[in-house]
Design a binder for this molecule. Structure first.
Ligand SMILES: NC(=O)c1ccc[n+]([C@@H]2O[C@H](COP(=O)([O-])OP(=O)(O)OC[C@H]3O[C@@H](n4cnc5c(N)ncnc54)[C@H](O)[C@@H]3O)[C@@H](O)[C@H]2O)c1
Length: 382
């Protein structure tokens, strides 16, 4: 099948990269997102990135102009109805993706091929929610799309040979290399990459190394171009967590359990202001990051061997919040102990009063630590 017009759903970091490479390869691109702001930002990013290629002599200025003219944007999903190929690159949540395909279906030509750039979600399951599972495939670009050579092609259980061959031909025209993966959770690249990133977060979480030493170890010791924590931030911690959850649930194996610290960063919104949040970057959304790291390290060093309990005042944080706000393994805690319990060393009574955060007498709770927001209170300025 001859593909001329391509629809891209989602104008985030993957969507704009996909629009960029398709437009440079001569395809007409219609990109959509839920907000005008995302679309205009995406166009600005594409323009900047192609300009960088021009300044490096990789793209001719005339090709840049032609590529930018080939990219159109719309807020209406229905406008993608005449596209020959749809690439869904929206947020990594199955409900979001299935809703997009369901909304698109009534407007599509019968011949339109549907694809998803999902990093992990079952292609067969997504396809089964459409009227054309035989014309549905996983089309997994790597980040950053204009730079990375690989495109993973994932065949759902019903994908037909024509669709498979059409996408191979599209990848060839983009000047990229296709690899084939069967439809299993996270396919090939992320099945291998994400557990490594997750393990790097565990390494941080258990106090084995700092962010810097973990990243440097892999860069200098294993010749990785980026450290795993830096890479996690680059991918987006929300996306990393979603992929780990898909692996964990899909393969029903505890070895894929997402690190609680990763979960907590996502819950804290550290991923939202990408790239200003995360393990390797500081930003408003991540203001507790340093305190948390310092706090964790001290707890691991000072308390794990003694199996001691700290006290938290339930009026400061609820029991559920308080149970394990740092996501420490439960063996770091034991129950019982009072304010005069054998808490010694740097975390003596005075420090304990600080931890309790109020002058009222502490009640014993099963946990132990205050919410991260209080970490700054312990070591102001650190
Ligand atoms: N980030 C990576 O490194 C990477 C690599 C390969 C694949 N992916 C996959 O690509 C997809 C997108 O990831 P991303 O990193 O670009 O995320 P992103 O958060 O940068 O962008 C997602 C975009 O989707 C838009 N969106 C959400 N709901 C939508 C809807 N209903 N209709 C239209 N647009 C909608 C959002 O507004 C946002 O602009 C995910 O499936 C992800 O797993 C990501």
């Amino acid at each position: 099948m001859d593909v001329k017009q391509v629809g891209v759903v989602g104008a985030g970091q993957m969507g704009n990269g996909i629009a960029h490479v398709f437009a440079l390869a001569g395809y007409d691109v219609l990109m959509t997102d839920v907000s005008e702001d995302s679309l205009s930002k995406a166009l600005a990013v594409i323009e900047r990135n192609i300009e960088r290629q021009v300044s490096r002599g990789k793209v001719m200025p005339a090709d840049k102009r032609a590529a930018m003219e080939r990219i159109k944007t719309t807020l209406k999903l229905a406008d993608l109805g005449q596209c020959d190929l749809i690439i869904e690159a929206a947020t990594e949540r199955e409900t979001v993706k299935t809703a997009i395909f369901e909304d698109l279906l009534p407007h599509l030509k019968p011949s339109t091929i549907l694809t998803s750039n999902t990093s992990s979600i079952s292609i067969t399951r997504l396809a089964s929610r459409t009227d054309r599972p035989e014309k549905f495939m996983g089309f997994h670009f790597m980040n950053p799309v204009p730079v990375m050579q690989l495109v993973e092609l994932i065949r759902g259980i019903a994908t037909d040979q024509e669709t498979w061959e059409t996408l191979h031909e599209v990848v060839r025209k983009l000047g990229k290399t296709a690899s084939s993966s069967e439809d299993f959770p996270a396919f090939i690249v992320n099945r291998i990459l994400m557990p490594m990133i997750n393990e790097a977060v565990y390494t941080l979480y258990e106090g084995v190394g700092s962010v810097k030493s973990i990243d440097e170890s892999l860069k200098l010791g294993a010749n990785h171009p980026m450290g795993p924590l830096e890479l996690a931030d680059f991918i987006g911690l929300d996306t990393c967590l979603s992929i780990m959850n898909v692996l964990h649930e899909g393969l029903a194996d505890t070895k894929y359990r997402p690190c609680p610290l990763l979960t907590k960063y996502v819950e804290a919104g550290c991923w939202a202001a990408r790239p200003s949040g995360g393990f390797t970057t500081t930003g408003a959304k991540c203001r507790y990051r340093r305190g948390e790291t310092i706090l964790r390290r001290r707890i691991v060093h000072d308390f794990s061997a003694k199996n001691q309990v700290l006290l938290a005042n339930p009026s400061v944080c609820s029991l559920s919040q308080a149970r394990n706000p740092l996501g420490l393994p439960s063996h770091f805690f034991s129950s019982s102990a009072g304010i005069g319990s054998p808490i010694t060393g740097r975390w003596g009574l005075k420090r304990l009063r600080l931890i309790s955060y109020s002058r009222r007498p502490c009640r014993i709770v099963s946990l132990t630590l205050l919410a991260i927001r209080n970490a700054r209170e312990f070591w102001p300025g650190k």
